[in-house]
Design a protein around this ligand. Structure first.
Ligand code: HEC
Length: 126
């Protein structure tokens, strides 16, 4: 094999390697972006659960299992059976009032609404 041919082969190998590396890099970048979106979603769900536990769990079952401490208060995991949980956004922001006197009125900040809805969605088992 003469010197030139060897160089040529080496060059091909070199550029293949670069192509593979940049391919890998974009895979990594895409993966990172996806995980951070998922991560933000997780944070939202965690926040939403905190809100529910702090404010609502006295009466409502707020988790995946169990009955409501106050039997007439619907468990949160069943809400989506009656209507899409997104429908609650408006009433949460404006102050939720149900006809029932035992339920105090709540008013959520808009990021609390988002977190709370994210949490309710996480309870929906499909
Ligand atoms: C003091 C008890 C109590 C607390 C605390 C409470 N609820 Fe309720 N909630 C009730 C009762 C009782 C009902 C059933 C009302 C009815 O059927 O008339 C209810 C119903 C609901 C409904 C269903 C309304 C519908 O139209 O189907 C939602 C949604 C709800 N509550 C959200 C919340 C949220 C969010 C919190 C916490 C921020 C909360 N509740 C805290 C007692 C409570």
């Amino acid at each position: 094999m003469d010197g030139h041919k060897k160089d040529y082969i080496l060059n091909i190998h070199q550029s293949r390697k670069i192509a593979i590396q940049s391919g890998l890099l974009s895979v990594v970048v895409v993966a990172l972006c996806t995980t951070s979106a998922v991560h933000a979603q997780d944070l939202s769900v965690t926040q939403g659960r905190r809100i529910a536990e702090a404010n609502c769990s006295k009466c409502h079952a707020v988790g995946k299992f169990g009955d409501s401490p106050l039997p007439i208060a619907p468990p949160f995991r069943t809400l989506h059976l009656k209507y899409p949980v997104e429908d609650l956004e408006e009433s949460l922001a404006e102050g939720i009032t149900t006809g029932h006197p035992t339920m105090p009125e709540f008013r959520f900040e808009s990021d609390q609404v988002r977190d709370f809805i994210a949490y309710l969605k996480s309870l929906e088992t499909r």
